[in-house]
Design a protein around this ligand. Structure first.
Ligand code: MEV
Length: 441
């Protein structure tokens, strides 16, 4: 298999889907599939990860299909409890394929470490003294992690900022810019900051108070864009119109232009209103976090970075943009901090996280970041398309209806039949499912 398109995946059994993955593009091998089957982590391994362990907490792990990122097909593992997310991402990735897939880039993996220097007599003088010692400080920071250095990482820059009007008066903040290569980087950066502190105190005459990385990782940005041919946006929403003159259920057609303009108008809302932008960005994070979690990365760090970045102008706004190109095609872009790693931390010790990295065939943290930002963009588009047309509840309703149909005793093909009828009638209740089932039988 050389493609991320697997027809009928949705309707396969769990075992059939696993069998399909066994010959996936990045050749996930059977032992790694086993990691997902069992949830991956043993309680014993978990006991070494955090404190007071009593067990494990699981999430569903689904595979998003159809993704092509920078010309490469990739099957994307997503860990999430919310219905419609995996299906939404997969469907949008299919539309984006028609426009050449996702084009994604990343900056160098630069993290920022912060050192707060208090009790400084003259902030301006101390700032300049620090710049005079920059080369020496960088050399010291650079020598701290020989492994990172071997792989091309290390200290890159030092910046000094003055805050002269805080609740405790003035203080300095020193930023250490550190290339963390394929690590998330928190450990490397925090260690470097702690190590530099005594020298910074000697140079400034102040006291280094906090020494910690910043989650506003605005030097470590991932960007994705996509173009969707306007024609492929057209669709028919089945069983949607219950207010036809004769009270019948009918279909509603949306032209490509209508869908495109609807998505652009939805984006405009998020661009100007923080109340909407928060929800719009939450939709992006549905996609982003699912892959971040599946790969054992720190989703709180990604969330913190995303929202701080969304507010970087002083007003919280959309992380993505939607518009059209000269040919009238829909164009989406997403740009956000992406501090993810593929070495160290849970990524290394969690067998399911390792399987996720292997399935995607990523060799660097930047490649992983490029996939994640593409999934975020796809997810955003899925939400906006639904909101701008048939409404978000329809997708949710279908999945909910399947669960209700199963609860009413439907099996096999009957699940879909009963569910579709309930959705068409807009009555998703167990008593109705039982009635429909009786009628069919
Ligand atoms: C729900 O998890 C996410 C959405 O609210 C995102 C959005 O409104 O854009 C549907």
């Amino acid at each position: 298999m050389t493609t991320s398109r697997i027809s009928g995946f949705y309707n396969m059994t769990l075992d059939e889907r696993r069998a399909k993955l066994a010959d996936a593009p990045a050749s996930s091998t059977p032992p790694e599939l086993a990691a997902w089957t069992s949830g991956g982590l043993s309680a014993e391994a978990a006991d070494h990860m955090i404190e007071n362990v009593i067990g494990l907490h699981s999430l569903p792990l689904g595979i998003a299909l159809n993704f092509m990122v920078n010309g490469r097909d990739v099957l994307v593992p997503m860990a999430i409890e919310e219905p419609s997310v995996v299906a939404g991402a997969s469907f949008m990735a299919k539309l984006v394929r028609a426009g050449g897939g996702f084009h994604a880039t990343t900056t160098d993996p630069l993290m920022i470490g912060q050192m707060q220097v208090i009790n400084v007599t003259n902030l301006d003088e101390a700032k300049l003294k620090l710049y005079e010692h920059k080369a020496e400080l960088l050399a010291e920071a650079d020598s701290i992690d020989p492994i990172l250095k071997k792989f091309g990482g290390g200290a890159r820059d030092l910046e000094v900022r003055i805050f002269d009007n805080s609740p405790i008066g003035g203080f300095l903040v020193v930023h250490l810019i550190y290339d963390v290569r394929d690590a998330m980087g928190a450990n490397a950066v925090n260690t470097a900051c702690e190590r530099l502190a005594p020298r910074i105190e000697a140079i400034t005459g102040g006291k280094v108070h906090l020494r910690i990385l910043s989650n506003l990782a605005d030097r470590r940005i991932a960007r994705a864009r996509c173009t969707i041919p306007v024609k492929s946006l057209a669709f028919e929403s089945v069983g949607q119109v219950s207010n036809l003159p004769n009270g019948q259920i009918g279909n509603l057609s949306y032209s490509g232009e209508e869908v495109r303009d609807g998505i652009i108008a939805a984006y405009a809302f998020a661009a100007v209103d923080p109340y909407r932008a928060a929800t719009h960005n939450k939709g992006i994070m549905n996609g982003v976090d699912s892959v971040v979690i599946a790969t054992g990365n720190d989703w709180r760090a990604i969330e913190a970075g995303a929202h701080a970045y969304a507010a970087r102008t002083g007003r919280y706004a959309s992380l993505s943009t939607w518009g059209k190109d000269a040919d009238g095609n829909l164009v989406g872009t997403l740009e956000m901090p992406m501090a993810v790693g593929i070495v160290g931390g849970a990524t290394k010790v969690h067998p399911a996280a390792q399987a996720a990295v292997k399935l995607m065939g990523v060799k660097t943290a930047n490649e992983l970041a490029e996939i994640i930002v593409s999934v975020g963009l796809a997810q955003n588009m899925a939400a906006l398309r639904a909101l701008a047309t048939e409404g978000i509840q329809r997708g949710h309703m279908s999945l909910h209806a399947r669960q209700v149909a199963i609860a009413a005793g439907a099996t096999g093909e009957l699940v879909e039949k009963v569910a579709s009828q309930m959705v068409a009638e807009k009555v998703v209740r167990i008593d109705r499912a039982e009635e429909i089932l009786k009628g069919i039988k």
